[in-house]
Design a protein around this ligand. Structure first.
Ligand code: NAD
Length: 494
């Protein structure tokens, strides 16, 4: 089959490469000439494990090519995927300008039957808008009778595991119109996805509107689980319970399951924040208040401040002279995506309070530098005096007053705790991803605070206030117990 994928980002590029791998002739079109030139030269503009190999292999096999030009690609295609970005607008609604610009182009160049597939995450009703936009262009060209169908095929891939998710999806949701043309589209989509359904049929067929809503419902549910656990962690801290025990106890109930029950620094990324906001906006437009999803967002906004509050609770709110190490910048492991990454909020807040920051991330440093510079309105050179990026995790820790763990990259899972303790100025670990065991840390002589972990030392760090500030800033004049007064482990200085 001839496939056109418009948009060569995380979703478009993975879709194009996987559909080429399954034997189709695929053209990926993007409006960004630099991105296309890089792809044509065998480079990959994003970090996604395994994607480079897949793209290059299919390019060499002649099944995958890239272009900036839509005209020829539209003429040749049987199926056209729209996989462009739908970023949030000020009011929380999804910005559909890119999707509708592609629809305009399709209407401008279409000459025979096409199945147009909305792969982008778009609000309910967008397939109808895309249909209307294409039809308007066709009418203007005197081709009002030209047949085409718009279907909804939302994408559920996870960055970092995108190829596996596309190749072996839990389900393939496809919404088609209940019309003879819809039936024709269903046959085309059945053929296209047949290689992914060989083991068993994973396709869930439905009407277009339900397919559009399914994507938002799925993301809102996952975001809800995260915010639910973050709220539980807050309570666990107050009660002296360990949210990780609670997670394991809850998750083993088959009705609940273990996924997305991790307390942390809040969710980020290109999907959950914008999709929950867009869902609230869509609902409000129809007179429905999404109270649960609103609360999920509010909890998440508060959660992103947790590490900042742990820092100010320990060092006070004037952080001048305080050196903080940050492990992990990408919004989650195995991606370089910095969109709405919690690290941005955390680092910007700490920087504004005067802290000096040294961060390490295995792949997202270039993107993080640019994102932080935009967030702070400072050039990288201005920032350079107080924000630096290390070549490895231990380098970031050198002379640090505290370590903040923000992204749970594998390389942070089992570090050399004694070596860490040795190279820090104050041995404080604020673990925003609950990677470490409080007792192990205590034994290693590190003052430790996770999110909702039972941890006497941690509770003291949280509530330590001005005394801790004096303690950490002027360790020589501080009481012997350091930051964590009244507990056994002497904390800070190395
Ligand atoms: N990233 C994810 O994990 C993920 C998962 C599921 C769904 N989605 C959804 O998929 C859509 C795409 O997301 P993404 O992360 O791939 O975005 P992205 O920003 O990585 O990529 C979008 C690409 O579209 C290109 N583009 C924009 N307008 C264009 C036009 N008119 N013609 C040609 N190219 C154009 C951009 O240059 C960019 O390369 C969004 O709606 C998103 O919500 C994303």
């Amino acid at each position: 089959m001839n496939v056109l994928v418009v948009g060569a980002g995380y979703v478009g590029l993975v879709t194009a490469a996987c559909l080429a791998e399954s034997g189709n002739r695929v053209v990926g079109v993007d409006q960004d000439p630099a991105r296309v030139a890089l792809l044509q030269a065998g480079g990959i503009p994003i970090y996604e494990p395994g994607l480079d190999e897949l793209v290059v292999r299919n390019q060499h096999a002649g099944r995958l090519s890239f272009s900036t030009s839509l005209a020829q690609a539209i003429a040749d295609a049987d199926v056209i995927f729209i996989a462009v970005g739908t970023p949030p607008m000020e009011d929380g609604s999804a910005d559909l300008q890119h999707v509708l610009a592609v629809a305009e182009q399709i209407g401008h160049h279409l000459t025979d039957f096409k199945v147009v597939v909305n792969k982008s995450t778009v609000p309910v009703g967008t397939a109808a808008d895309v249909h209307a936009t294409i039809l308007a262009r066709l009418q203007a060209r005197g081709l009002a009778e030209q047949a085409f169908v718009v279907v909804s095929n939302p994408e559920f891939l996870k960055e970092g595991a995108a190829i596996e998710d596309f190749m072996r999806p839990d389900r393939i949701v496809i919404g088609v119109p209940d019309t003879p043309l819809g039936e024709r589209a269903r046959q085309v989509m059945t053929r296209l996805y047949q290689p992914f359904n060989r083991h068993h049929d994973r396709t869930v067929w439905m009407d277009v509107v339900s397919a559009e809503l399914t994507k938002y419902a799925a993301n809102a549910m996952l975001a809800t689980r995260i915010s639910f656990m973050n709220e539980m962690a807050l309570l666990a801290d107050q009660l002296g319970a360990d949210v990780d025990c609670v997670r394991r106890g809850m998750g083993s109930d088959q009705r609940i399951g273990h996924s997305f029950l991790y307390a942390g620094t809040g969710y980020g990324g290109s999907c959950f924040p914008k999709d929950t906001r867009a869902l609230v906006h869509t609902a409000a437009h129809r007179g429905v208040r999404m109270r649960v999803v609103e609360a999920v967002e509010a909890v998440n906004a508060r959660q992103k401040d947790t590490l900042v509050q742990l820092v100010t609770g320990t060092f006070g709110s004037d952080l001048r002279g305080v050196r903080l190490a940050v492990w992990g910048l990408a919004f989650k492991p195995n991606t370089n995506d910095m969109r709405e990454a919690p690290s941005r909020h955390i680092m910007a807040a700490l920087y504004r309070l005067g802290a000096t920051l040294c961060a390490y991330d295995p792949v997202a440093v270039t993107e993080a530098r640019a994102a932080l510079s935009t967030d702070l309105g400072h050039s990288p050179t201005e920032m350079g005096q107080r924000v630096s990026f290390a070549d490895n995790p231990m380098q970031a820790l050198a002379g640090a007053d505290a370590l903040l763990v923000v992204t749970e990259w594998k390389c942070f899972h089992n570090p050399d705790f004694p070596a860490m303790a040795q190279c820090m100025r104050h041995r404080i670990v604020l673990d925003g991803r609950n990677l470490y065991e409080p007792l192990v840390m205590q034994e290693a002589g590190l003052a430790y605070q996770g999110i909702g972990r039972r941890n006497a030392l941690g509770r003291q760090v949280v509530g330590a206030g001005p005394q801790a500030l004096r303690t950490v800033r002027h360790p020589a004049s501080a009481p012997a117990h350091g930051v964590a007064q009244g507990v056994d482990t002497a904390v800070p200085t190395s």
